[in-house]
Design a protein around this ligand. Sequence first.
Ligand code: NAP
Length: 285
Amino acid sequence: MIKGTTQLLGVIGYPVKHSMSPIMHNAAIATLGLDYAYLPFPIAPDQLKTAIDGFAAVGLKGFNITIPHKQTIMPLLANISDVAQAIGAVNTVWWNDGWCGTNTDAAGFLAPLQTLERDWSQCPALILGNGGAARAVVAACHQLGCPDIRVVGRNTEKLTAFAQSWQTSPLKPNLAVHTWEQLDDLLPDVGLVVNSTPVGMAPETDASPLNETQLNGLPEQAIAYDLIYTPRPTQFLRQAARAGLVTFDGLEMLVQQGAAALEIWTQQSPPVSTMRQSLLDHLGQ
Ligand code: NAP
């Protein structure tokens, strides 16, 4: 129930109507019995500063950030965590004598992997795609302790810029960039392969970034991780499961990045299963 004491959280984006964050966070707020409400705020790019000044004026507790504001909000913040600086994007903001930002995508990506018993120092990582999500995955693989990180992309200029950006970051991942033509040479000893491209996302559900032969050629213990959560599983993960690999899809990352944000705002342990179930219900799964 909204009362005179209710505090506000939210998500900004443009558009923002596709965001599932209000569903997940309001479910969590209800389970925890907190006096909060989490709202979507469509903010046009030229209104970003006005919006966050307004949020400060009305005492918003914190908010998530989605496309197109994840980078452009950074100069407007008083403090940015090392991980967000390394990733080059902020997805979670809270007020502490000024707006402070971090990025919980890397923690969200890591959470399901951390349930496994692995010697990550023996797991080279292969990341397909070099967009925004790939940056969070690089930070996460570095944090896991993967001995080397191989990033595959299709645009050599963007790949070079991607590699260079990590040289000046607070993290110093052992990273090399490659084109798709080099893929087969990168596979034989890979311990973790991550799809951070939209290949295989609905409605192109028959597409996969790796073919069955390539997946069968991966080491027995390898993990296949797709950041996509519609459909679940993707063609990539279906083939990976047939090849006997451990698989993870993007839903848990989505849930866990939200849980990490909620913990920052409320200082309470987030009800992860409620958050997960609210998304599964919404997706009809
Ligand atoms: P992005 O910034 O647009 O990056 C997409 C990357 O994929 C780029 O490197 C792009 O290459 C590459 N790519 C696009 N189409 C391709 C194709 N047909 N073949 C090969 N490469 C292709 O997007 P993003 O934000 O990183 O998101 C990537 C995926 O992760 C999306 O499916 C998104 O839904 C998912 N995601 C999931 C979560 C989660 O919580 N589970 C969070 C974030 C993102 P170019 O640069 O050459 O175009």
